[in-house]
Design a binder for this molecule. Structure first.
Ligand code: AMP
Ligand code: MG
Length: 302
């Protein structure tokens, strides 16, 4: 039967709506409070890869479009114990990334953080969230899934785990892609080395240079679902990590002033909503997962 493209897109947007609603339901049940996003700030995630500069003039002062709310999440935990946000991120990624099917220059993370949580606890929240979202979509969107020709099953918990080191031995440099292509269920990739991650992921006190962090990798080649971990929170350790990454402390002075006053220990993660929609709907390209997509390097989209 011929199904017009529009009809498929309507199905995708309905499923996406259910993904967001069920994500909210789950996090509320787990005691999280939704906060509203920060779009502009003098501080944002420095990221570990290069993106084009997103600085705008805010009354003559350089402010940045949010690349991720990580630093604001840590600061928000001074007020609330468990928070989440549907956070729009602008990352003007290099044009070569467009072809990979999983990068947008503007996307949304469901970004959460919990005070005093360990990586173990936050991984359980991640598993619970993914399971709840998939089970709800299967339950509430059968017509949409069948229109998209997508057969989904609820993953079993606990999800399997592999360390970065093991994955690198098995899959080499193109680790993310080959690991994901080899999987039939979502799998945790854990224990990244310090050199490949941002300064705020906490170093394991027992294993120098290994971080208490993780990615969740989708099966079937859909790639990375989320990144997160425990966080550095003491001023001394944050300063040391900034130095090790050769980052300019002055650019983070507002954040450092809060860290001096006290940032609580925490763990959290951010899961990309368009990537989750792409996986749940079985879409070829991430652009098919949202209205008004901005493809890296491509000008002209509204
Ligand atoms: P990160 O902390 O940089 O790994 O970002 C958290 C999550 O956001 C990732 O695991 C992806 O699901 C999603 N994400 C990151 N960058 C992009 C992008 N350029 N386009 C779409 N989703 C992204
Ligand atoms: Mg990541």
């Amino acid at each position: 039967m011929f199904v017009p493209r529009e009809e498929c897109f309507v199905a995708v947007l309905k499923v996406k709506d259910e993904i967001m609603q069920s994500g909210r339901e789950y996090l509320r049940q787990q005691g999280f409070t939704e906060i509203l996003p920060v779009i502009l700030s003098p501080i944002t995630d420095p990221l570990h890869h290069d993106t084009f500069d997103g600085t705008v003039s805010f009354y003559g002062h350089p402010y940045q479009l949010t690349k991720s709310m990580i630093l604001h999440k840590q600061i928000a935990l001074r007020t609330l114990p468990r928070i989440y946000c549907f956070s729009p991120n602008v990352r003007m990624e290099s044009a070569e990334r467009a072809g990979l099917g999983r990068y947008l220059a503007e996307f949304v993370q469901l970004d959460l953080e919990a005070r005093d949580a360990s990586r173990e606890e936050i991984m359980q929240i991640g598993e619970g969230l993914v399971v709840h979202v998939i089970a709800t979509v299967i339950n509430r969107c059968p017509a949409e899934l069948s229109r998209l020709g997508r057969e989904l099953s609820v993953p079993k918990t606990p999800f399997p785990r592999i360390t970065f080191c093991e994955a690198k031995e098995r899959f080499g440099q193109t680790l993310d892609d080959s690991l994901s292509a080899s999987l039939s269920a979502p799998t945790w990739l854990i224990d990244f080395p310090r050199s490949v991650r941002e300064f705020y992921d906490r170093e394991d006190p027992q294993r120098p240079d290994i971080l208490l962090d993780m990615d969740l990798i989708y099966p079937e080649g859909y790639g990375e679902a989320l990144s997160g971990g425990e966080r550095e929170h003491t001023l001394l350790r944050i300063l040391r990590r900034l130095e090790q990454d050769a980052l300019d402390k002055d650019k983070f002075f507002q954040y450092l002033a809060v860290a001096a006053a006290g940032i609580p220990p925490s763990a959290g993660f951010g899961i990309g909503i368009e990537r989750l929609t792409r996986f749940v709907c079985g879409l070829d390209q991430i652009e098919q997962a949202r209205l008004f997509p901005k493809t890296p390097g491509k000008i002209g989209a509204v």
